[in-house]
Design a protein around this ligand. Structure first.
Ligand SMILES: [Zn+2]
Length: 314
């Protein structure tokens, strides 16, 4: 993957290879420190350089081990792996000298997770990132008969990450797959996304109800409206321009209706303070704020925060 890359299909993140260039200097069950474990040591294009690597999915920092620059991460939601499995990802990265991850911190897919390094036991092997992945939410970290630690439900890395945009310099003959190799049938029979009304990043939602256009933003050419119910922003705050950018909603996808939801006899000329509108489009949830029970949607290219109560998952 490259910096900023995201991959979400059918509401589920694809677990991406965190490296832009992948040169595997020690593979799974390697003779040196990987005996009996499914881990890879990965360096970049040139040896000795502390290349950054990125979050393969939106993940949370569960544990840090500062002495070895090691971090245990877990996906916030279930993800799709290269072998087609859908489950939580729990994974370890190690040797980052610049490690600044904090327990509880959430990193969105595509953002920087750390830098390759040689902190800990890797003085022999040079700058790299040690990575191992469990396809489960089991966080047990156990020592095997060779003295090497590993996860339960650990999978070979080729079974875990999609290598879209990763330049494989030394792949040790692995069966590396891209997302094109694992077809996802969106919204069809066999759809695995459960519509449970528990919104998460990637949920597909519709607006639930008819909303009054409380105010139109001036100048009218901005084509934005304010709604107190959806955003919790008072008319006064809208009026006095105290509302944030993300509290104004683009009108493009909304249809003018009467109080009962009928668009008959409506001229589609929306008037602030008296018009009602509805929206039948489907949007992806791109952010969640549990504290305020709000969801972030991208509507007509604009990020908007609204209360989850007025959305339903489809
Ligand atoms: Zn290693």
């Amino acid at each position: 993957m490259v910096k900023g890359q995201k991959s979400v299909r059918d509401g589920i993140e694809d677990f991406l290879c965190p490296f832009t260039d992948m040169y595997i200097s020690q593979g799974s069950n390697g003779a040196y420190s990987h005996k009996g474990i499914m881990a890879n040591d990965v360096r970049g294009k040139q040896s000795g350089i502390r290349y950054p690597y990125y979050a393969p999915c939106t993940c949370k920092c569960l544990k840090t081990y500062p002495k070895t620059g090691q971090v245990m991460w877990q996906s916030v939601n279930k993800v799709r792996f290269a072998n087609g499995r859908i489950d939580y990802a729990t994974f370890m990265t190690a040797h980052d000298e610049t490690m600044d991850a904090k327990v509880g911190q959430i990193i969105e897919q595509g953002l920087q997770l750390g830098n390759m390094g040689k902190k800990g036991f890797s003085n022999m092997t040079g700058v790299h990132c040690h990575i191992e992945v469990s396809q489960s939410n089991d966080i047990s970290w156990i020592k095997n008969q060779y003295g090497n630690y590993h996860f339960n439900n650990e999978y070979d890395l080729e079974e875990c990450y999609f290598v879209d945009n990763t330049n494989i310099i030394k792949g040790l003959g692995g069966n590396w797959r891209t997302t094109d190799d694992v077809v996802v049938r969106e919204n069809s029979v066999g759809n695995i996304e459960v519509v449970d009304q528990i919104l998460h990043v990637g949920s597909k939602v519709k607006f639930d109800g008819i909303f009054k256009v409380d105010i139109l933003k001036s100048p009218l050419s901005t084509n934005l409206f304010g709604n107190q119910k959806l955003t919790g922003i008072s008319f006064d705050d809208y009026y006095k321009e105290k509302a944030k950018d993300y509290h104004w909603i683009p009108l493009n996808d909304w249809t003018e209706v009467d109080k009962f939801g009928s668009s008959k006899n409506q001229d589609q000329i929306v008037v602030g303070g008296s018009s009602y509108v509805l929206n039948k489009n489907i949007y992806n949830v791109i952010g969640i704020d549990v504290k305020t029970n709000s969801a972030k949607l991208n509507i007509n290219g604009r990020n908007v925060w609204v209360y989850s109560t007025f959305l339903y998952e489809v």
